[in-house]
Ligand binder design. Structure first.
Ligand code: ZN
Length: 412
């Protein structure tokens, strides 16, 4: 499917430092060191509701990864999916008496608009689950032929991955089996389902059910794909057997990324599937977890409708480190709006302190696992000095604005 429209990214003089990122599997910050094109897969939305600030924070995080790689001179191959068929989408459509296809199309269109407003560089490939079904079926059949998949004997036609075929299972999340069982039950798994070889075995293919959409699955029979194999199949087809970064929110560490890796690694015989598994923190509202069940989601489109500048939303989400679970409050937004106004005023000055020094500093902060609080502090200090009349570099205000735009995606 089509992604959204991108914006021109200004080029900066010189080039940045290599990007180091925290890898959840190794539990430490390591250089991302892509060889050749830098490759990244980010798990996208299930389009049953509007884009909320948690989605925006995740997308902004990986937008920075792409911006920094580009600033380092890498060609970037970025793939993002849309899970445009899955249980939450069908449940919402059923609840609201709506056609699930219409719901998915509407929310995906809104997501594109939000991404464009937030100046997220679009992925090279924006791929839906539905359009990927033939590729997914091929991968499930390959796992079947390899003895790594089995069909449940209860007449449903459901096919599961056999975790006995994944000896490294658990390396990405580093969780105990007890923790995995709890998270599996909370996050769409079915550990209590009878007939599975291992309670943690993930679903690969769900056999057709009365009243649910289904697609031809060849030897699998009609049905629809599981979520983890969807991402594994799309990434393998578009990025090859392994990639530099697989990204998402930290609620995807388990089971989603663990299971995607297990599928892909069994299919290719290569490990790791991703050299970095990178996860963004969750965004709460006024100190509480933001969730659909609490009804306290803050939607990007709602803020846009309230005439909040998307660049202020961006700065609000960049004010704390991407890996921290953090909270959105009126004060966070107000501080971001004030910062944006101050930066715009400083960018319009006739001169300021050295722009080259500022750029070096910002590059260095961002290369260190996306230290956005550190980068913002440097830009704040430059703006304060400029507005105080310090500095005589006439080229600095333009370089300040280009730095904020190219590296932080914040148009002044
Ligand atoms: Zn995914």
């Amino acid at each position: 499917m089509d992604a959204w429209t991108g914006h021109q990214v200004p080029s900066l003089p010189g080039s940045g430092e290599p990007l180091a990122l925290y890898d959840s599997a190794r539990g430490a910050v390591h250089p991302s060191s892509p060889s050749g094109p830098a490759t990244m897969y980010v798990c996208g939305i299930t389009p049953y509701d509007a884009t909320h600030l948690g989605h925006a924070a995740t997308m902004i995080t990986f937008d920075l990864v792409q911006r920094i790689w580009r600033d380092n001179g890498h060609e970037v191959r970025y793939v993002q999916n849309v899970t445009d068929i899955d249980d939450p989408l069908l449940e919402r459509a059923q609840r609201d008496g709506e056609d699930w296809v219409v719901l998915a199309m509407r929310e995906t269109a809104l997501f594109r608009e939000d991404m464009e407003a937030l100046r997220i560089i679009p992925p090279a490939h924006y791929v839906g689950a539905v359009e990927s079904i033939p590729a997914i079926v091929g991968k499930v059949c390959a796992l079947f032929d390899d003895g790594a998949a089995y069909r449940l004997e209860d007449g449903t036609g459901d096919v599961y991955f056999d975790l006995a075929a994944a000896p490294r299972f658990g390396y990405e999340s580093n969780l105990t089996r007890e923790q995995m069982l709890v998270l599996s039950a909370e996050r769409g798994g079915d550990p209590d389902r009878p007939g599975k070889r291992d309670p943690l075995d993930p679903l690969l293919w769900r056999g057709a059910r009365e009243g649910e959409p289904a697609w031809a699955g060849g030897p699998l029979g009609p049905g629809r794909p599981g979520w983890h194999i969807e991402c594994a199949a799309i990434a393998l087809d578009l990025l090859g057997n392994s990639m530099d970064v697989q990204g998402g929110g930290n609620d995807l560490i388990f089971p989603h990324h663990e299971c995607s890796a297990a599928h892909a690694e069994r299919l290719t015989g290569e490990s790791p599937f991703a050299r970095h598994y990178v996860h963004a923190g969750m965004i709460g509202l006024n100190g509480e977890k933001m969730s659909k069940s609490k009804g306290n989601l803050v939607f990007v489109s709602r803020l846009r409708a309230d005439r909040v500048d998307p660049m202020a939303v961006r700065l609000g989400l960049l004010a704390d480190h991407y890996r921290s679970d953090r909270t959105w409050t009126d004060d966070v937004l107000k501080t971001a709006q004030q910062r944006l106004a101050r930066w715009r005023e400083a960018a319009a000055a006739t001169a300021g302190p050295s722009g080259a020094e500022l750029l070096t500093g910002v590059r260095s902060r961002l290369a260190d696992d996306l230290d956005t609080p550190g980068a913002l502090a440097l830009l704040d200090a430059w703006a304060d000095d400029t507005l105080a009349g310090t500095g005589a570099d006439p080229a600095a205000p333009a370089l300040f604005a280009n730095t904020a735009d190219a590296l932080l995606g914040t148009k002044l």
